[in-house]
Design a binder for this molecule. Structure first.
Ligand code: ZN
Length: 382
């Protein structure tokens, strides 16, 4: 098995090792096995470390059941040679902050609400945790508060392989049946969990934890969280958005949601007034239509689809042919609705299509679409 240097020191970023094997893989990559490594492989839902081995870039890192760690590199390494490796520590440290934050949160979720963590994914941008119980917003907020209190308390995070007799006495969380030496991560009075990943050495290094989304998932709850630098980057972006909106509206940041709700209400009320006026204009046109006309076409410069539909319905009630309402102008073209109480509007649309390019479709009693042609040509067609 490969010696796991990341187990001995989660903060080391450079190391020396011997290349045991290097075989070509697909797409011009190589599978490299070393006698020891600092590269944490993709394991337990966490993405692998990235970095370099000599001049080669490490693209992926995998571990097999025999605990042999394979590095996938973009160039060949000489078997038997000494190699200097370097991991991207910024990426690693972000994973350490987020993974430790997850332990604190899941520890409390387990001890307070009896939740078992049944899924975990730590990607390069987000952490998701799945619990087997539904948590209310208040419960999630309570867990978030407790987690941040534990972070501020600067509690040591201890990673160790306890002797079998000690392990038997420990009550620890674990996602699967474990065999062989079990690595236990202890955060005193918060959580004890079996875990193979690198962690920060004290809770304070997590910085903060923020839950950014929650949803019902397979009868339980799926949460997304951000810790450390990622939480800071998120705060910066959210703050800047709130700041922009508050300047645009000339209000304080803590008045944003209240003000936007008021603006939406005003907008909806104005929209409804506009619709009433549009309807009044169309109804006046309808009143002027010859009652004996079989086919009718009306043009309007601006009307909401619902207003156009209501007008077409009013026309088809008293005219047996095709009744169309066209919304727009000769330069930009028209959107339209055509209806009929007795004829198939799709036939009519097809007959127009033979003369001019037109988009649209629908049912026998009503079709809608758009066309770019002058009102006089359309009037002739009707
Ligand atoms: Zn873990």
């Amino acid at each position: 098995m490969t010696e796991k240097l990341y187990d001995l020191d989660a903060y080391a970023s450079e190391f020396d090792a011997v290349v045991l094997s290097c075989e070509p893989d697909h797409d011009g990559t190589y599978r490299v096995v070393l006698d020891k490594t600092l590269f944490f492989p993709e394991e337990g839902g966490q993405t692998p470390d990235t970095g370099i081995l000599g001049a080669a870039n490490v693209i992926d890192v995998q571990i097999d059941k025999q605990n042999i760690i394979t590095h996938f590199t973009d160039s060949e390494l000489k078997v038997g040679s000494d190699i200097h490796g370097k991991i991207d520590f910024e990426h690693r440290y972000s994973n350490m902050q987020n993974h430790t934050g997850e332990h604190i949160f899941s520890g409390y979720a387990h001890s307070i609400y009896g939740c078992t963590n049944v899924g975990f994914h730590l990607s390069d941008s987000i952490v998701t945790m799945d619990y087997d119980k539904q948590l209310t917003d208040e419960e999630i907020s309570h867990l978030e508060k407790l987690t941040n209190e534990a972070i501020f308390q600067n509690i040591p995070v201890i990673c160790e392989y306890p002797a079998p007799e000690k392990l038997e006495t420990l009550d620890y969380r674990s996602k699967k049946e474990l065999s062989g030496a079990v690595r236990i991560v202890t955060i005193t009075d918060v959580d004890i969990c079996a875990c193979c990943a690198p962690h920060v050495k004290s809770t304070i290094e997590v910085g903060m934890l923020k839950v950014i989304s929650s949803q019902n998932y397979k009868g339980g709850t799926r949460l997304s969280i951000l810790c450390g630098r990622r939480a800071f980057e998120n705060y910066k972006s959210v703050y800047s958005q709130a700041d922009d909106v508050s300047h645009l509206l000339s209000i304080k940041q803590n008045e944003v949601s209240e003000t936007v709700a008021k603006l939406l209400e005003e907008r909806n009320s104005l929209l409804s007034k506009v619709k009433t006026l549009q309807e009044r204009i169309l109804m006046q046109q309808i009143a002027g239509v010859d009652p004996a006309a079989e086919n009718v076409v009306l043009f309007v410069e601006e009307a909401e689809p619902v207003v156009m539909r209501n007008s077409v319905n009013a026309l088809t009630a008293s005219h047996p042919g095709y009744c169309g309402v066209f919304n727009g102008n000769d330069t930009d073209g028209y959107s339209f609705i055509i209806g009929s109480s007795q004829k198939d509007c799709r036939d009519f649309l097809n007959s127009i299509r033979e003369k001019i390019p037109v988009k649209g479709g629908g049912k026998p009693e009503m079709v809608q679409g758009s066309v770019k042609i002058s009102a006089s040509v359309l009037r002739n067609i009707f």
